[in-house]
Design a protein around this ligand. Sequence first.
Ligand code: HEC
Length: 207
Amino acid sequence: MTRKTILAVIAAMALIAGCATMMSDAEVSKKSLQVMKSSFKERGQAKLDRLDQDEVQAACSLYGTPDKVPKDVAQRLEQGQLKAVRYPADGKFVGDWKAGETIAQSGAGKQFNDDPTRPSGANCYACHQLSKQELSFGTIGPTLLNYGKLRGSSEETRKYTYAKVYNSNAFSACSNMPRFGHNGILTEQQIKDVVALLLDPESPVNK
Ligand code: HEC
């Protein structure tokens, strides 16, 4: 590099640093969103509106990790999310655990190259241990082994489990668990089926 180019590089860096310190966090977020929107392309079902954050996502981005969210903010977000949970009209929370196991195992759906007319999976095993038979599981979430055995199957537990899968943020704001019902990833019947996987005494989770 010649001296002239080095000076030019330093001048450019100073300019970037100067701009960065002059922008507020909100302005940086707005600019980043503009850059992403202009450089990402819509493909199949993956539309650019996926970059738009709802109230919960915006608050969670602001604080970074769940433990950094102030208590009053977390409470407000959780209450709002819980209110938006749509419970099954027939009042039943539990479906078929075998279908639930297939859903828990599958990571298909919602990507640009997935067929949007086919049901999505939930990839529960990517984050949770669920049954003794499945040795390949992630540990981002707590183990759910013996979930039903440990908690029983009262109306309260069934309702909580349905709502937790429907919208994890209704109970822990900024949780890393996807909001399966809220975001239309799983249907009502599919949520019932994974609830059955967790609660049915015959399910491998409780054997
Ligand atoms: C991307 C990771 C991820 C995926 C995928 C995921 N979870 Fe979770 N889950 C978590 C984390 C992290 C927690 C703990 C924080 C919280 O409570 O939200 C959790 C908590 C839970 C809890 C609460 C446990 C308790 O003690 O009350 C249940 C129930 C649960 N998950 C079920 C499921 C089921 C069923 C699926 C699939 C339909 C699933 N999770 C998919 C990350 C995940």
